[in-house]
Structures are given as structure tokens and as C-alpha cells.
Design a protein around this ligand. Sequence first.
Ligand code: BYC
Length: 316
Amino acid sequence: MENKEQAIEEEILINFEKKIENGDSIEPKDKMPDGYRKHLIRQISQHAHSEVIGMQPEGNWITRAPTLRAKQILLAKIQDEGGHGLYLYGAAETLGISRSELIEQLHTGKAKYSNIFNYPALTWADIGAIGWLVDGAAIVNQVSLQRTSYGPYSRAMVRICKEESFHQRQGYEIMAKMMAGTKEQQEMAQDAMNRWWWPSLMMFGPHDSSSPNSGNAFKWKIKRHSNDELRHKFIDKTVQQAQVIGLTIPDKDLKWNEKTGHYEHGAINWYEFHKVIAGNGPCNKQRMEHHIKVHNDGKWVREAAEAHRLKKERQN
Ligand code: BYC
């Protein structure tokens, strides 16, 4: 009996590895090793939580957007982020975990979400910096994930990237406008840049040499580029964009390396990164309390939807 089960497991693994090697996508009905399934649930759910928690710092500015046009654009962007969360929760659910389990993992601290959303959005320029830098960093990562091996995740990325590029431009437009404005507006934009630059670099995760999940992620073609490769890509394109509008990158060690064809950056504060992802950043408590409150307030909606579903099922 044990031998038979072992033989089945081995066959699953051989077929799976063949598909990965050929570059075929893995679909929900395909047999897959448990490690692959768990790795994806961890990453996709953390990605989904990041999209939804990311609505909070921006939501803080809806009522204070400086013009009706800016308010409309911001509202649409935040709504998009909620939609991204839904595609990604849907992709995670195809791996055999329920939405309520995923939310419980978030609320109990078992699942992480991006470090970046634990910083406050203090001024209108922060909304520019979030769109330009945070969505800009997310795009670089997500364009690479469009070729990830799990079909539903890869397809979600294609759709999300189209919307993110609009978000990035929305943020850059805010920063460009402020840099073309008064001295106070220029200072406000530079201050936002100074506060969001380093946490944005941390979004790509630890350096490759201290990234425990990268080994399997590459073996299974979940990741196509390393944390450091993507971080460099982001820096190279963002430095030029900053120069065009007159913003200074807050890194005195930043310099162009002719040989590598990339910018070299100063040391990232990994102590701060680990503190923030362990739950001790400036806004972790506030973000989670808000999510739990809103989730509890929406309990009646979930109950009504479930009652409706059961009623329909009885009628059929
Ligand atoms: N923040 O082995 P590593 C958006 C954790 S939302 C927190 O390199 P991996 C937007 C990592 O989870 C876009 N934790 O991990 C929304 C691991 O801990 P666990 C969000 C981080 O998975 C609204 C440990 O550190 N994008 O754009 O190979 C408004 C070791 O790391 C972070 C995604 O989620 C972090 N930054 O690589 C505006 C992209 N980095 O899980 C904008 C999808 C690392 O073992 N995710 N950790 O306990 C990924 O591509 C990968 O998961 C990462 C990390 C590159 C982030």
C-alpha cells in the first residue's frame, strides 16, 4: 500500500517537473507537489492582502484631494486595488484554501503583507509618491510575474499590470505638477520622495543572498527574476524620471556603474525592514485594526449572500 502511494507521488512529481521544464503553465486541476501549492498560497495571498491593505493610506486622502479631477482619479485607483485583491484571492482559492482561512491568516499575523503599507500618507505629495514609487516598484515585480508558472496567478498579473501602469502615471503627474509649482509644493514633493524611497526599495524583499524562498521559487519558475535584479531595474528607470522633474534621490552613495550598466545604491536599512514586517512599523496596528473592524462590520453581507446561495440551491 505504502509503495503504491509512493509510486503515485513520484509520478505526480515527474509529470509536474516535466511541465515546469517545458515552460507549460500549471493549472488548478493539475497534480502538483504540496510544497509548490503551499509556496503559491503564501505568496499569492500575501500579494492579495497587500493590495487590499494598500487601499488604506490612499483612502485617507479621498476627502482631501485638491480638485474634483484628482478625487475622481484617486477613487478609481483605490477601487482598482480592491479589484486586484479580488483577482488574487480568487487565484489563491483555486489552490484549495478558502477566503475565510486566508483572512484569518492575515488577522492572526500568520500571513504578511507588503512592508510599504505600514507607513503613513502625511501630505498630498505622498499620494504622488505612492502612485509613482510604490506602484512603479509593483509594476517591475509584476511584469516579471506575468510569466510565473501558475496559470491563474500569471493571468491575474497580466490584467493587474495594465491597471498599475495607469496608477504609476497618476502618481508621476502629481509629483511633476508639484515640482512645477511653488517652493512649498516642491519641498513637499521632495519630502515625500525622501520618506518613500527607501521603503519602496525594500518592497523587492531581502538581498538574494538572504532570501530563503528564492531557491524553490526559481526551481518551480514562480520567480523569473531575483529580488536584487528587479530592485536594480526599478532604480535605473526611476532615477531618470526623478531627474526629469528635478527631484533628488535621497541616497548620497547612488552612482552609475559603467561596467554593470546599473546604478549602485547605498545600504538598505534591513533592521527597519524586519521590524516593520514583524508588525512594529509606524502604522501596522492601525492598518490591522481597521481591516478587522471593516471585516466584522461586513459580516451581515456575507451571511446574507450565503443565505441567498443556500436558498437557490434548495430551489434547484
Ligand atoms: N514586505 O524569501 P523572500 C501594490 C518576506 S501591492 C513584507 O525573498 P519571496 C499596491 C517574505 O514574505 C503589491 N514581507 O520571499 C497596492 C518572506 O517571509 P515569509 C505587492 C516581505 O516571497 C495598493 C521573507 O520576507 N506585491 O502594488 O521569495 C496600492 C523572506 O523574503 C517583503 C507583491 O506582493 C515585503 N516587501 O520574495 C498601491 C508581489 N519582501 O513569507 C500599490 C508578490 C519579502 O517566508 N510577491 N518579505 O514569512 C513577491 O514577488 C515576493 O513574495 C517578494 C518576496 C519579492 C515580495
